[in-house]
Design a protein around this ligand. Structure first.
Ligand code: SF4
Length: 315
């Protein structure tokens, strides 16, 4: 059984993060709104389970590139997973609220993440593009609903530390603790291997590169990449990823701008053994080769954690 699998129940995101491939700035205003219906999700789940590709303890991440709460069937999908006693995880930007009806639908949710790009309206204007006060209200409402709905897992705020919002970390931490949420500040990097490739291969347009270096902590990256052991293998090798159409995709770090992104439809893979063979084939793809050669896999896993007072080391 695979330990973790991402099923992207929403194929789109409403946030405008400029360093993420789904961000509106990169999509030039175009977003195709698509999602996996409840019926389609059940078919995919039953196939994965009956083929022994996943088990009850496999963590199903209900997200990858999309925002799960934009899926109108979100609650039905979570109710279904509760009924199946299936472990799952959620990450949301908290721009939309869907609440459970007081039953125990979150009892098998082991991780619930709220991602925040700052703790002020100015930071939200700059990255997500949402109303900050509304986001705080939404996080409070969803957190309360989680606790009323049997949630016993780890709830956390994942705070993206940019150069322009570092003074907001403390206020965000207090907010997290007031809701009994863990607080995980981290330095974001490019979200999507196609953008990371462009940066590391020095193919990023000059103005875009200048902006990236102005906003993201990147000065440590060259040294970090030089420390990558030759035989290093990335942690995503054992994690599967399925898009909202039920297609197997290379991994949750690669994106549609990468070569070899989309593979077979999951219904074409009949067993765990077939899945293992396919996974090995995927890991020999040109995108994986390039990812290893550039050290993107190592950067993703070894990017330093934010430690209070140490940000000056990473300019
Ligand atoms: S090597 Fe890179 S592209 Fe391949 S699975 Fe790992 S992170 Fe994804």
């Amino acid at each position: 059984m695979f330990p973790r699998i991402s099923i992207d129940i929403s194929g789109y995101c409403n946030a405008k993060c400029k360093w993420c491939v789904t961000g509106w700035n990169r999509q030039q205003g175009y977003i195709k709104q698509q999602y996996m219906s409840y019926e389609a999700f059940v078919r995919v789940y039953e196939h994965l389970y009956q083929s022994h590709i996943i088990g009850k303890n496999t963590e199903i991440m209900l997200y990858s590139w999309g925002e799960p709460f934009l899926n109108k069937d979100y609650i039905k999908i979570v109710e279904y997973l509760a009924d199946k006693e299936q472990t799952f995880a959620v990450s949301t930007n908290a721009s939309k609220v869907q609440l459970a009806n007081g039953n125990s639908i979150y009892k098998n949710c082991d991780i619930f993440i709220f991602s925040m790009p700052g703790f002020s309206q100015a930071s939200y204007d700059y990255i997500h593009g949402f109303n900050f006060e509304q986001i705080k209200k939404n996080i409070k409402a969803i957190s309360k609903n989680l606790l009323e709905s049997g949630f016993k897992g780890t709830g956390m705020i994942s705070f993206h530390v940019y150069k322009f919002n570092i003074h907001e970390v403390e206020a965000a931490e207090q907010f997290a603790h007031s809701l009994k949420l863990n607080f995980n500040p981290y330095y974001p990097y490019f979200n999507g291997n196609s953008m990371t490739e462009m940066y590391l291969e020095e193919k990023m347009p000059a103005e875009m590169r200048r902006m990236a270096e102005k906003e993201l902590y990147l000065s440590h990256v060259k040294k970090l990449l030089s420390e990558r052991p030759k035989n290093y293998r990335c942690f995503l090798e054992n994690i599967l990823s399925i898009d909202c159409d039920g297609n197997l995709v290379l991994c949750c770090a690669s994106d549609s701008g990468c070569a070899d992104y989309t593979w077979d439809n999951i219904f074409e893979i009949a067993s765990y053994e077939e899945m293992q063979i396919k996974r090995q084939e995927m890991l020999r793809s040109s995108t994986c080769e390039k990812c290893r050669a550039l050290g993107i896999d190592y950067w993703m896993e070894k990017n330093p954690s934010y430690v209070k007072g140490e940000a000056h080391n990473y300019v």
